[in-house]
Structures are given as structure tokens and as C-alpha cells.
Design a binder for this molecule. Structure first.
Ligand code: COA
Length: 155
């Protein structure tokens, strides 16, 4: 029987593991800005959802989405290497998008490292469109591609 990882909101105890995943899979070569304290602030922020996917209590993927008036922002997102290419990342993006849709938020934005072709293709498949390049977005050293997905088009 195939057991799918479970998605839930992160708890305070998850902050350290999420920060470690950010350092290993997202911020490599950039310094480490999403340390445990910053992740904890996101978990406690009422306008942010920090979601984790777990299997046997271990975190295999996570995402951090901020919900503003008209725009939601996917701030941080990763799946552990051995769990990739199974559709888990796509499911987690959809899970985080759901509250934005219910709230009538118009669009979701995300940045990916300009050298991260895999992530840019991943977001493109999910309906995100590249909008612009942000020079030095990551620590002043790596450019970002900002992508946007329109959820609602107002008349
Ligand atoms: C980008 C990332 C989050 C994608 O996570 P993922 O769980 O592999 O995502 P999915 O499995 O939904 O999709 C990945 C690919 O697997 C394919 N796939 C999905 N379900 C599949 C399945 N059941 N069998 C085979 N392939 C499948 C998808 O078509 C997709 O192909 P694509 O990359 O050509 O678009 C992951 O690679 C990652 O963590 N990368 C490092 C961190 C990062 O780049 N984060 C994002 C920028 S901040």
C-alpha cells in the first residue's frame, strides 16, 4: 500500500528542521538567512502559513506562504531530494494556494534563483509565468526570476 506524506501546518518544534532544509536545499552558497528564529516568526505570524509534509513524523517538504491584501507570496519552498519527482511539491503548492483562492487574493508571486532551471520549470508547469529578473535578490550575489500566477481576474 502506498502511504502518502501528510500535509499540516508547522508547529514550533518544526522550526529547526525547516531552517536546516532551507540552508541545505535553497540557500546553499548564499549565507543562511532563514535560521530557526526567522522560521519561528513565520510560524507565529497570523498572515503566514508554514506548511510541512511529513512521513513517519519526519519532514520531507515544506513551504512558507505569506498572504497579503491582493497578493500571496511563496517565500520559501523545498522537498527533500529523495522525495522529489513524485508530485509532492505540486501538491504542497496547491495546499498553500487554497487559502488565497478562498480569500479572493488575486495572484501568487514567487522568486527562484535564476540558475535554478528545475524550479523555474516546476513553477511554470503549475501556471506561474516569469515576470522579471531581480538583480542580486539573493544576498546581492545571485539573481532571481520572479514568477507570478494569476488566481482571479477582476472584471
Ligand atoms: C522544485 C522542487 C520544490 C520540486 O519539488 P517536487 O516534489 O520534485 O515537485 P513535483 O514532483 O511536483 O514536480 C517535479 C517534477 O516531477 C514530475 N512528476 C510529478 N509527479 C510525478 C510522478 N508521480 N512520477 C514522475 N514524475 C512526476 C513533474 O512533472 C515535475 O516535472 P518538471 O520538473 O519537469 O516540471 C524541488 O525540486 C526542490 O525542493 N528543489 C530545491 C529547492 C528549490 O528549488 N525550491 C524552489 C525555489 S525556492
Amino acid at each position: 500500500m502506498l502511504i502518502l506524506p501528510v500535509t499540516r501546518l508547522a508547529q514550533v518544534a518544526d522550526a529547526g528542521a525547516i531552517a536546516e532544509m532551507s540552508r541545505s536545499y535553497i540557500e546553499q552558497g548564499l549565507g543562511w538567512s532563514w535560521r530557526e528564529g526567522r522560521v519561528l516568526r513565520a510560524i507565529r505570524d497570523p498572515a503566514t502559513n508554514v506548511a510541512v509534509m511529513t512521513e513517519s513524523e519526519a519532514i520531507v517538504g515544506f513551504g512558507i506562504m505569506q498572504y497579503w491584501e491582493e497578493t500571496a507570496h511563496l517565500a520559501l519552498f523545498a522537498v527533500r531530494p529523495s522525495y522529489r519527482n513524485r508530485g509532492l511539491g505540486s501538491r504542497l503548492v496547491n495546499w498553500l494556494e487554497q487559502p488565497a483562492r478562498v480569500a479572493g487574493i488575486e495572484r501568487v508571486r514567487v522568486e527562484a534563483r535564476a540558475d535554478n532551471a528545475k524550479a523555474i520549470a516546476f513553477y511554470g508547469r503549475l501556471g506561474f509565468v516569469p515576470m522579471r529578473t531581480v538583480s542580486g535578490y539573493y544576498g546581492g550575489v545571485v539573481d532571481a526570476v520572479q514568477l507570478q500566477k494569476q488566481l482571479v481576474t477582476r472584471p
